[in-house]
Design a protein around this ligand. Structure first.
Ligand SMILES: Cc1cc2nc3c(=O)[nH]c(=O)nc-3n(C[C@H](O)[C@H](O)[C@H](O)COP(=O)(O)O)c2cc1C
Length: 194
């Protein structure tokens, strides 16, 4: 019988029945408890990050782990929607070398993989983007990234404060599957061709 979901573990694959639920339900956290994140957990996330795939295996990234609250508060002030970084237990700021679709794709793969790894450790996470050149220059100055590395984003981490809303409703829903998927040809909404 074929497994419904599987994790690749070296040469082994084994069923992971909870994985689909985790993948489907993972949401961005933006409000956190003051509880720190264990160093061992951060190391696990970084190890997962390290194994992220990238175009031609270029691994075009450098990650800075920021645990000082003052530094995270400063980062919170740099972007347009990065304010929640002021309340994280830690952030991982990701800078990439080069530009274009391939590098952006690799950056996104790493971010999402770290967020999933955080969920596997019971840690909430949210991505934040330093979308302007001015914001990225401030991040570079604060953390000392070299000039050839662009710090586009940060992953905020912490134990989610479940007593608070994590996002506004308009940022939280999803389109219906029929709106985003076709079968065989654009606009065909079911596998039977109807
Ligand atoms: C490229 C990109 C940039 C993002 N930047 C921010 C950001 O700066 N601040 C933020 O709060 N969320 C940011 N997000 C997260 C999205 O807002 C979030 O994934 C979306 O609203 C879904 O939220 P949910 O997981 O709560 O449903 C970003 C996501 C992407 C893909």
């Amino acid at each position: 019988m074929r497994p419904q979901a599987a994790v690749h573990d070296g040469a082994m694959t084994k069923p992971a029945p909870d994985l689909l639920d985790t993948l489907r339900s993972l949401r961005q956290s933006r409000r956190f408890l003051p509880t720190p994140i264990a160093h061992e957990d951060l190391e696990q996330l970084l190890e997962v990050a390290r194994w992220t795939g990238s175009a031609k295996n270029t691994q075009p990234w450098h990650l800075i782990v920021v645990t000082e609250p003052e530094a995270n508060t400063a980062l919170a002030g740099y972007g347009d929607f990065t304010d929640f970084l002021a309340g994280v237990a830690a952030s991982i700021v990701v800078a990439v070398e080069g530009e274009g679709r391939s590098v952006a794709f690799d950056d996104g793969r790493l971010q999402e993989r770290v967020m999933l790894a955080a969920a596997a450790r019971g840690i909430g996470s949210g991505t934040a983007w330093f979308s302007s050149g001015t914001a990225r220059r401030k991040v570079r100055d604060l953390l000392g990234f070299p000039s050839h590395m662009e710090p586009w984003s940060a992953i905020g981490l912490g134990h989610t404060d479940t007593s608070q809303a994590q996002a506004s409703p308009q940022l939280s829903g999803r389109k219906a599957v029929e709106e985003i998927v076709s079968w065989g040809r654009y606009g065909v909404v079911s596998p039977s061709g109807e």
